[in-house]
Structures are given as C-alpha cells and as structure tokens.
Ligand binder design. Structure first.
Ligand SMILES: Nc1ncnc2c1ncn2[C@@H]1O[C@H](COP(=O)(O)OP(=O)(O)OP(=O)(O)O)[C@@H](O)[C@H]1O
Ligand SMILES: [Mg+2]
Length: 1045
C-alpha cells in the first residue's frame, strides 16, 4: 500500500495525507531499522529480519540502504504491477523493495543529472546477481523508450543469459554462482531513456575449466551444449551427450543439478546470442571453441620408448585441429614441447608427462578465459550507443550496477578464492569509506556535534593483501619473478617471514594451540572482515604466473577460427616483456573499479543469505548474525540513526530549493549559509530535523527531504510557467527581431533599387536633355551624331502630336504645323491620312446617302459659288419627292401610266404673259418633266427636248426651263418658282442629263415666249423677296443676299 496525494499548502508547506495505511503484513516488524526501538541491540535487529523473513518480507531499510534476505523461492513481487507501484514514488512512502532503490537512483539521475551506482554486496548465494537482474529489468520496463530503443533494451537484458552461461557455475554455495566480477553501466539519454550499456568484467575463475571441487560444476555452457545441442551440432564437433565422458566435467561428480535446466537454458542462450547480434557463423565458431576445450580435456599423453611425450588420443587431436583451425602437428608439438628463448636463441625442450598435461590445461584455461573476454567485448559492441550526437558525456548519464562474486569459503580455498575474497574486502572497504568513515569524518569537518561510532575498518586487511613490497600480492609477484627455485612453499615461507606479526595473518607455523590444528602446513589463514579463510598455497605461483608456453601461443595466433585469432595476437608472442601477473592485473583493475564507483553517487544493497542449504523459509540465525556483523550493518544503523540521511553543499541546496522561499527566489545575494537558514525556516524545518555545518546542510530524516522535494514538485508548474513565459518571450522577441531585420533588409534593398532606378532615370534624363540642347544648337547642321537624337525627337514628337491632334474628319482642315525639314513628309502624311479617312468614310456610306451625296456633288458642281442660296441648301437633305402619290391627282397618274413620277414638288408657274403666278405641281418622270394643275397635265417637256435650265445667282427660287421655240407642242419656256430650287433643278438636271445645261445667270434671264418672242426676268438684290411686273414687260425679282459675295 502506499501513501499518496501529498498536498501542498499555499505557504509552500507540505502536508502528508495518508491515503491508505500499510497492510498489517507490511507492518510486521519495522520497515526501516531506524525505527527500531532498541537500535543498538543485534538481537532485536536479527529478530526484525527474521519476523519479516517469515512473512516473506525480504526487504528492509537502514535509512536509504536496502537489506535483503534471499528467500530462495519465487515471491511474485517483481511483476509489472509491482514495478508500476514503485515508479516515481518516494522511498519511505511504500514498503521496502529493490524497485524502490532502483527508482530512487533513477530519479536522482534524472533530477540531479549525476551518475549513479548501485553497490550490491553479500556473500556467495546471497542474491546479488538476481538483484542486479531485477534492477535492470525494472529500468528496461519502466523507463521511457526512445523510438528505436527496444533493440537496445533487449540486448541489455539478453546480455545476462549469455554472460551467465559462460561465466557462472554451480558451486557448493550457489547453483548459479558468478565466477567473474561484473560491473555494468546502463546509459540513459537526457530524457531518461536507456540508450546503451557497457560491461566491465573482472577475473574469471578459469581454473574451473579444468578442475572443480566435489559437488561443483564447470561453467554452465559446457553442460548446456551437451544437453541442449542437437545431434548434428554435437556430431560435427565429435561430442557425445554424456557429460561424464569429459575429464574436465567429471571432477566435481555433479553433471546435473535439480535447480538447473540445461536444455531450456541452452535455448535461452541461443536466443540471447541472436538478439545481441551474433551471426550464425560466430555462434558456430564460439561453440567450436567450447567443444575444443572439452576435447583438450580428453587429450591424453603417453611416453614412447625414448621417454618422449606424445599425444595418444588422435581423435581428440583431429577434432582440436578442426575446431580451433590450427595445424595438428604444430599443436601436438606445442603441447609436448616448450620453446625457450635464451640469449636470443630459440631452444626447444620436450615436456614430461606432467608438464604436458599442465600445458594442455593452461591452453584450455587460456582459450576459455580469452573467449570470455572476447564475448564481453562483443556484447559491449552491441550495447554501445551509436548515435554520436548524444554520446558526449554531457548528454548521457549512467547508472552502474556492480555484481561481483561474493565472499566465499570452501574446504580448500585456492588462489581464486583469495582473489574473490580480496575483491570483497575492497568493496567492503569502499562501503566503509563511503558510509561509515567519511560520513563521520564529514560531521567532524563540518563542526556537527557527533559521538563517534566505532566500526571495524578492514583497511588493515586490504593493506595486508595489496600493500606495495609488503603485501601478499607483492610477495607472490616477487616469488614468481625471482630467479631460482621458487615454489608455493617458498612463497609461504616468505609470507611467514614478512607478515609474521600481522594480526590478520596466520600460518601453521606462526600459530599455536587450537589454531595450529585448524591451519594445514601448506595453508595460510587470513582473518577477513567476513570471517577466517584458510588458503592452500598449492598452485598460487602457477596461477599467478598464468603461464602459457610461447609455442602454444604461436600456434593459436595462426588459428583460422576468427574468434581465436582475435584472442591471440602475434604482438604478444613477440613482446619480450613479461606481462603483469594475474594478481597484479586484478589489483589494478580493482583499483580502477573503485575509482569508477567513487566517481558516482552510490546506493547500497546488502544481501544476506538465510541458510547454507539454499532452502526457502529457513532462517539460520547464526549464519545471519555472522553476516550482519561482518557487513557492519549494526554500525551502519548506528551512524544512520545518529547521523543525517542527507547532506548537501549550501550552494547546491539553495540552488535546488530556492524557488520555495520568496526571500531566496530568484537569487539569494548574501551569505550562502544565511540563505539556507532562511530557506529552511520558511520551509518550517524543526530544529531537530537539520543541522547547518560549515559548508553543508545536514538533514536528519529522508522524510524531511522528501517533503521538500514534494514542495519543489508542486512548485514546478509555476517554474515551468516562468520558463515558458521567458522562453515564449524570447522566442517572440527573436521572431520579432528576425522579422524586423528581414523587413529592414527588404526595405533597404527596395529603396536601393528604387533610388538606383531614379538615379539612372535622372542620368538618362540629363543625357537626353543634354543631347536635345546640343541637337537644338546643331539642328540646322547636316545630320550627325550630335543632332541626330534631337532630330529624331523632333520627328517623333511631331508624329506624337500629330497622333493626338489628327483632324476629326475630312472637312476639318486643321493639320499640326510640321517642324522644319519634314514639311514634305507631313504633306505626304496629310494626303495619306486624307485618303485613308475618305476611304474609311466612303466604305461606311449607305446607298441612300451615297445617292444623296452624288446629287449634292452635282448640285455643288452646278451652284457652288454661283447661286447665293446654295450654301443654305447644302445642309438640307434632298428628299426623294416633295409630293406623295396621294397628293397627285389619280387622273394624272393614270395619264402618266408607266412613266411613273419619280419626283414631285409644288411650284408656282408664272405666265409668260402678265406673269400671273399659278400654283402647279411639277413632276419628274423617267422621261419628262410634267407640269400639272390638279387633274390636268398643263405641259409636258420630254427630257430630250429640254434645252437648258436657267437660274439666277440670287437666293430666289426662280428657274426657267428652256424648250425649243419651234416645237409646236410647247408654248414656250417655263418660268417656275420653287421653294426647293436647288433640289428640284439638281434632280431635273440629273434625270434629264442636263447637268452641263444649267445656267446660273446674273441680272436677267431671258426666256422664250411662243412665236419667237422673248421675255426677261430681272434679278436685283433687295431687302426681301419680291416679285413684281416691271415696266417693259419684264418680271422684276428682288431677292435678299444671304451670303456676302
Ligand atoms: N529475490 C529472490 N527471489 C527468489 N530467489 C532468489 C532471489 N535472490 C536470489 N535467489 C535465489 O538464490 C540464488 C543465488 O542468487 P544469486 O545467484 O543472485 O547469488 P549471488 O549473490 O550472485 O552469488 P554469487 O556471489 O555466488 O554470484 C538464485 O539462483 C536464486 O535461486
Ligand atoms: Mg552472482
């Protein structure tokens, strides 16, 4: 169950609301040893562990340290739901769990961006490997995923089965004991997504390849291959399914283990290899090597008559040749001989049986351990984060997981146990350093009142092992390197000499009484932090030398198996320098590991093994007490209880939480300590909850910090808003500046363009004006380059003026005056224009209008400038007729018959005698002009007989039709007056074809009267039209002058 829904008050204080209580089961004992009433009592401590263990509550805290007891059964507390329950929840709010520890580190990584490491310690079988796998699974399952990170997650997870198959084995203490140390970095990007990983492996217990204690096994992979590999796989490698057939696998007499299913593990390993990225060929080659180790184990030697050692098992040799890709003869030679270089000369010396066997074992160990190293490197390649953008230290953070082989004690302990236990000493020392020593030193340094807690500092043991010149490793190396007959026993003696007074070192010789019995003659005893261990010195020198004869290396260098050729390098053969001994290499790698761990923020998990029988539900109090003691849990508890759960430099603390107090936000200007004091006062910290040191604040309870964290969490939306506002402001400002800049750029560009254009125009204009002026000055000169522009311009502008001022019609006489020089052209143009306009005009003229015009033209020919009333007649249209058919008497029409009237007009006919005016109708037909009085045709003059027509020059309407006087039909010329004299005379002249017979006569018109007599009409200019009979028998007509002469 969990506490949830933390509420934050307006003042920034935080109130905890317990949503639901812990279940009764959760409350068995105390969840955190800090809450233990009798916290100094070891019995109470163990009782708490026991009570919880009985209820299957395997996790308990000591402050932030997680203590776990191996349940040896599946508790079903690692499901997806459990992961979700612990995700993002503070430590103390929920029952202790490994997921809480994992989540805490992850959140610290996210919020503080500091690399983290999880240190899991405990003896062999206490559950370290299981814990590290659960932590990895937690991260893989709960962390956000990058788009393409699913493959990296799978690879991270699948690296475990492979490494366990090759590096774990069944021991007496643990069926799946890690026989190598493993430190794994899980790499996260800035969003907290797992993006890669890296594994460091430490000293594989390679002796196990050739030898196992009774009840133990070699590495799982051998059994998995034999159990799970299909027939074909085995056959090809000359293997049989029975593990008992292999010398290297029978030493422990334990081919099968009930808790291990080699068959299904084999499948899992194969799947994992594929996921990690091994191709089929690589897997095949890897299995070839595993098989070759088994064949090496079965390789036997014999002596011939001359005492020379040779290989007696040809089948094995054949398979070795095939599997390792080496020459058979070279290998058999190398296994039975030794090559020495002395003073630059190579010497080959044969090996005896025993030596041959140990060189064979050395080869098996070397092949296997180097393959293991290759495997780790290969896995690292597959886990490496490929994206270079992120792979700069700043963008990614790591959580390191340390799962190292646990402290172990066997009946016979050798060099490997010595290394493993030394490693555990180092780890313990680191824990002491970080949790007990440095913490107490820090309180002192910070001036915090403190009562020191005593604890066992195992530095003395570490020094015993690793000290320069005096330490066991130094002595061992010395013994390995010194000339002469150095043996394991001389090494023991040397230790006895050098370390005789050391409190943690005992040998048979140095001890007495009871102890003497317990330590064999070939043993030395170390009083480890976790207990006493007797180490048998047998094999120490060889194992430390880690000798593989030169000629064997040479053979392996030439291997055609690609994995082997990567494991054995020619340089190594050529290199004359002696390599570091195994112990020294291990020491150096451990020192490096310690540095790595120190550089990260640690979290601790201490694993306890409840019993030696790997049984669920059994709580061996003795065993647990022992572990509680040597793990220093009681001391940790006391330091934690008296000390402070959390400390932080003022600067960092203020930086993180300053937003929670108005006085410190956004910046505290004064002294840092005062700032922190102000801040915690505002946060209502009680005096017992914290202390202010010289440079740090110390917070006693995690709860206090969590509440502060919650307040910060609640404050974050406001901070986010501030950030958002600033960011938006910045963004908008930048965008505005960008736009403004763009506008200005465009503006200035455009202005530039515009002004350049303007300048160009001005320049052109100035040039134009200049050339115009020049041209004007030289206008009368012959055409030359200086005046040609002007002249062209004058022409052009004349043409343009002309275009604008063309006459509106043909009658318009206006025409722009051409400049000098182009008068002639102007004239031509004028003519052309005229013609063209007229042509256009003519094309538009309708037939009636044409007819009208033709008549008008004829009228013009006849009367223009001759008769005074002519101009007035011009605008008046000539009508078709002035008399309609209905105005003419029917009889007249009938009389005319086919010679129809074409034009009729009322006229006044003056008698030739007496000039009596009589109204008549004058009709023009196709052939004659007819004078009609009502129904009577008074006179008809055929056009053929009509001689001429006379009119006066004045504006009167008189006209005289002259007919021949000898024509008897005619009574004489006709004197007529008509209001439309021009029209009537014109029509008559046209019809009668007498255009040239129309006379316009000045002063007086004579006309013929019948019988040769002549009459006259006199015309004079007067004020108005008057017709009178004048003296002398003339008709006097006075007409006004309408138009000045
Ligand atoms: N949390 C757990 N739940 C159930 N069983 C567990 C748990 N932890 C450990 N075990 C059991 O204990 C056995 C030993 O655990 P593990 O291999 O993790 O020990 P170890 O501390 O790594 O030992 P070594 O130092 O030998 O490698 C496991 O094989 C498993 O059966
Ligand atoms: Mg392990």
């Amino acid at each position: 169950m969990r506490y949830r829904a933390r509420e934050v008050g307006v003042d920034g204080g935080v109130r905890l609301v317990m949503e639901s209580a812990l279940t009764a089961r959760d409350r068995v004992g105390v969840q955190d040893f800090l809450l233990l009433e009798n916290f100094t009592s070891e019995a109470a401590f163990i009782e708490n562990l026991r009570r919880r263990f009985k209820e299957n509550l395997v996790y308990t805290y000591i402050g932030s340290v997680l203590v776990s007891v191996n349940p040896y059964k599946d508790l079903e507390i690692y499901s997806r739901q459990h992961m979700e329950r612990y995700r993002g929840v503070n430590f103390y709010e929920i029952s202790p769990h490994i997921f809480a520890l994992a989540d805490n580190s992850y959140r610290a990584l996210r919020t503080e961006r500091r690399d983290q490491c999880l240190l899991i310690s405990g003896e062999s079988g206490a559950g370290k490997t299981e814990a590290s796998k659960k932590i990895l699974l937690y991260y893989i399952s709960t962390c956000p995923a990058r788009d393409n990170s699913s493959y990296i997650r799978d690879r991270l997870l699948q690296s475990n089965p492979v490494l366990e198959a090759f590096g774990n084995a069944k021991t007496l203490r643990n069926d799946n004991s890690s026989r190598f140390g493993k430190y794994m970095d899980i790499q996260f990007d800035f969003k907290g997504c797992p993006i890669g990983g890296h594994i460091l492996s430490y000293l594989l217990e390679k002796t196990r390849v050739v030898h196992q204690n009774h009840g133990e096994r070699s590495f799982h992979i051998f059994y998995q291959l034999l159990e799970g590999g299909d027939q074909e796989t085995l056959k090809r490698r000359g293997l049989e399914r029975n593990a008992q057939s292999y010398h290297y696998l029978v030493k422990g007499s334990c081919p099968r283990v009930s808790s291990i299913n080699d068959k299904s593990d084999w499948k899992a390993v194969n799947k994992a290899l594929a996921v990690i990225g091994f191709n089929e060929e690589e897997v095949e080659k890897l299995l070839d090597i595993v098989a070759s180790v088994l064949h090496l184990g079965n390789t036997q030697f014999g002596e011939d008559e001359e005492g020379e050692t040779h290989i007696t098992t040809d089948t094995q040799l054949r398979y070795l040749t095939k599997l390792l890709g080496v020459s058979g003869t070279a290998l058999s030679q190398a296994l039975t001989h030794r090559k020495i270089i002395a003073k630059g000369e190579e010497m080959i010396s044969p090996l005896n049986l025993e030596q041959a066997m140990s060189s064979r074992d050395a080869l098996a160990k070397a092949v296997y351990s180097r393959t293991f190293t290759w495997l780790v490197a290969k896995i690292n390649q597959s886990l490496a984060f490929k994206d270079d953008i992120y792979y700069s230290g700043k963008c990614s953070s790591v959580i390191g997981l340390l799962d190292i082989y646990g402290f172990e004690v066997f009946q016979i302990n050798s060099f490997e146990q010595f290394c493993i236990n030394y490693c555990n000493e180092k780890l313990q020392q680191l824990l002491i350093e970080l949790t007990l020593k440095s913490e107490q030193e820090e309180y002192e340094a910070e001036g915090i009142a403190w009562e020191p807690v005593n604890y066992f500092d195992n530095k003395i043991i570490c020094d015993l092992v690793e000290e320069k010149h005096k330490g066991i490793i130094a002595l061992l190396d010395e013994e390995c390197l010194r000339p002469g007959d150095a043996t394991d026993i001389t090494f023991l003696e040397k230790m006895e000499d050098t370390l005789r007074n050391h409190a943690h070192f005992v040998t048979h010789k140095l001890s007495n009484g009871k102890t003497r019995k317990a330590v064999g003659r070939e043993e030395f005893r170390l009083l480890h932090y976790a207990g006493e261990v007797n180490y048998n010195v047998n094999g120490f020198l060889d194992k430390n030398n880690d000798l593989l004869y030169r000629n064997l290396k040479e053979v392996m260098c030439l291997s055609e198996n690609p994995i082997m050729s990567q494991c054995f390098h020619q340089e190594e053969v050529n290199d004359q320098k002696r390599p570091d001994t195994a112990a020294t290499q291990f020491k150096v790698s451990l020192a490096r590991l310690m540095e790595i761990l120190m550089s990260k923020e640690p979290s601790y998990m201490r694993c306890i093994k409840p019993n030696d029988g790997k049984q669920p539900g059994r709580f061996d109090e003795m065993l647990v007490r022992h572990q509680v003691k040597y793990l220093g849990l009681m001391e940790s508890l006391r330091v934690r209880r008296a000390g402070f759960a959390y400390r932080r430099h003022y600067q960092a603390f203020l930086q993180r939480y300053k937003s929670l107090c108005p006085d410190t936000w956004p910046n505290w200007e004064g002294n840092l300590q005062d700032g922190v004091a102000t801040l915690v006062k505002h946060l209502s910290y009680k005096p017992e909850e914290y202390k202010l040191g010289r440079s740090k604040i110390f917070i006693r309870f995690p709860k206090t910090l969590f509440i502060t964290e919650d307040a910060l969490e609640a404050r974050k939306p406001d901070l986010a808003t501030i950030l958002q506002t600033s960011w938006r402001g910045y963004r908008e400002r930048s965008s505005y500046h960008r736009t403004r800049h763009a506008v200005i750029t465009i503006q200035s560009w455009w202005r530039g363009v515009k002004d350049r254009r303007k300048a160009r125009r001005r320049r052109e204009a100035a040039n134009t004006i200049r050339s115009l002026i020049k041209g004007f000055i030289l206008r009368n000169e012959p055409r030359c380059s200086d005046n040609e522009f002007y002249l062209a311009h004058v022409r052009f502008s004349f043409l343009m003026t002309l275009k604008r001022n063309l006459p509106k019609n043909v009658l318009d006489q206006s025409w722009p005056k051409p400049p000098t020089g182009i008068e002639e052209a102007s004239e031509h143009i004028h003519t052309l224009w005229l013609r063209n306009t007229m042509r256009h005009y003519c094309r538009r003229v309708q037939p009636e209008w044409k007819h009208q015009l033709e008549q008008k033209v004829i009228a013009s020919e006849m009367f223009r400038n001759q008769k005074d009333c002519y101009p007035q007649s011009v605008p008046k249209l000539f009508l078709g007729t002035r008399l309609e058919a209905d105005q003419i008497n029917l009889k007249v029409i009938q009389t005319l018959g086919n010679d129809r009237m074409k034009y009729g007009v009322p006229v006044i006919k003056y008698d030739r005698h007496g000039f009596k005016p009589r109204p008549r109708q004058l009709l023009l037909t196709a052939s004659a002009v007819v004078l009609v009085q009502e129904a009577k045709i008074k006179q008809k003059v055929d056009y053929g007989t009509l001689l001429s027509i006379s009119v006066s020059t004045l504006s009167d309407g008189f006209f005289v039709l002259h007919v021949p006087t000898n024509n008897t039909k005619q009574k004489g010329d006709l004197v007529l007056q008509c209001d439309h004299v021009i029209e009537t005379v014109t029509k008559l002249a046209i019809m009668a074809d007498k255009i040239h017979n129309v006379n316009v006569i000045d002063d007086s018109i004579n006309f013929a009267v019948a019988r040769g007599k002549v009459g006259a009409i006199d015309f004079t200019i007067g004020a108005e039209l008057r017709v009178v009979k004048a003296k002398g028998g003339h008709l006097a007509v006075t007409a006004p002058r309408l138009n000045p002469a």
